[in-house]
Design a protein around this ligand. Structure first.
Ligand SMILES: [Zn+2]
Length: 220
């Protein structure tokens, strides 16, 4: 944690809670910002096509963008619950009835996730699954250490950075219910180029798991 993030975290402790989306004091996430995440999901088409339908709860702007950044960069763990609830609404609309829904968090770069106090996507996915019947989170896609943060990279650099580095963990894979009864959705906080989603879908397919959709909080 850098000095600025440390100061922000201290201020979060010292001051009354403020909405991560709009700054209103008194709550960590206000009703207006929550409503803004429940209008979708909308279909999005990233430049790097993952080969399955991609959906987003909101554009990468305004309260949704600020909330994702606060969860990711400022360690606002309290946002996992409201972001997870919004994701649960989206998943409920996308899922096929009478199937077990398997939610696979997109992989985070291990070192950066730890530095920021955990994996906000995994935390959000677990919060979402808590609201849904017949839903399990299976964090089975990982990215090998050494992958740099994708911030500031071009599309080409991003794809090169991830190519062949995303893989499926065999232990969680073995715990999956039979494929005829399940539906797999990959979730992430932000969809930018689509490179992470595509490599995740590709790795799952290589392991014999077909992904039915990608759902993200924000699409850039
Ligand atoms: Zn707000």
């Amino acid at each position: 944690m850098g000095a600025a993030e440390h100061l922000a975290a201290l201020l979060d402790l010292a001051l009354p809670a403020s909405c991560a989306g709009c700054g209103v004091v008194g709550v960590g996430w206000c009703a207006d910002c929550a409503a803004a995440l429940k209008v979708g999901p909308v279909r999005v088409r990233p430049r790097t096509d993952p080969g399955v339908p991609c959906w987003a709860l909101a554009p990468y702007a305004g309260p949704a963008r600020r909330a994702v950044l606060a969860a990711k960069e400022r360690g606002r763990r309290d946002l996992a619950a409201p972001l997870g609830l919004a994701m649960a609404y989206g998943l409920a609309r996308l899922r096929t009835p009478d199937r077990v829904l398997v939610v696979v968090p997109a992989p985070s770069r291990g070192a950066s996730a730890r530095r920021r106090g955990g994996d906000p996507v995994l935390r959000m996915a677990r919060a979402a699954a808590g609201w849904l019947p017949d839903c399990r989170v299976v964090p089975m896609v990982r990215v090998w250490w050494g992958v740099r943060d994708s911030v500031g990279l071009t599309i080409g650099e991003r794809q090169h950075n991830l190519r062949g580095r995303v893989s499926v963990r065999r232990g969680p894979l073995a715990s999956l219910p039979s494929t005829v009864d399940t539906e797999v959705v990959v979730v992430d906080d932000v969809l930018t180029t689509g490179a992470t989603a595509r490599e995740s879908v590709r790795a799952l397919r290589a392991a014999g798991v077909e992904t039915s959709a990608v759902l993200v909080t924000c699409s850039a």
